[in-house]
Design a protein. Structure first.
Length: 135
């Protein structure tokens, strides 16, 4: 029994619409993901021989201190240590178990860091950690 030869289709085309849909979905994902990434104020975090990476930094209020005595809560610049104390008082009212992450520039003098620690103590925030890279 002889079978008839199959017709060859030279018109075979690949449907591109699923691929275009995937490209647009990936494009939308990366646009949204890039907006979610939060920018931190610039600070040269120091290295420490015995630095430990904290297990959980989520939910911590980030305070950045620069060497020229500028304070940032998150990305918002705070004018003075008094304004920082007021902001911390508002935050501690909202969350009595406030946890704080202090990102101090490596060249920041201790006097400036001491002001931040004192401001935290005045409002009752006692769960503080400092950022440092492991050597």
């Amino acid at each position: 029994m002889k079978l008839a030869p199959r017709p060859t289709d030279d018109d075979l085309e690949v449907d591109m619409s699923p691929m275009i849909d995937m490209v647009f979905l990936l494009l939308i994902f990366f646009i949204i993901a890039s907006q979610v990434i939060d920018e931190k104020p610039k600070a040269d975090i120091p290295y420490a021989a015995y630095a430990k990476v904290p297990e959980d930094t989520t939910g911590r209020l980030m305070i950045t201190v620069t060497q020229d005595e500028k304070y940032f809560v998150g990305q918002i610049e705070i004018d003075s240590i008094e304004a920082l104390t007021e902001r911390l008082a508002l935050e501690i009212e909202a969350d009595p178990n406030l946890r704080i992450l202090i990102r101090a520039d490596g060249d920041t003098k201790y006097k400036i860091n001491e002001k931040v620690i004192t401001a935290c103590a005045e409002v009752g925030a006692n769960d503080l950690i400092y950022s440092a890279f492991e050597e």
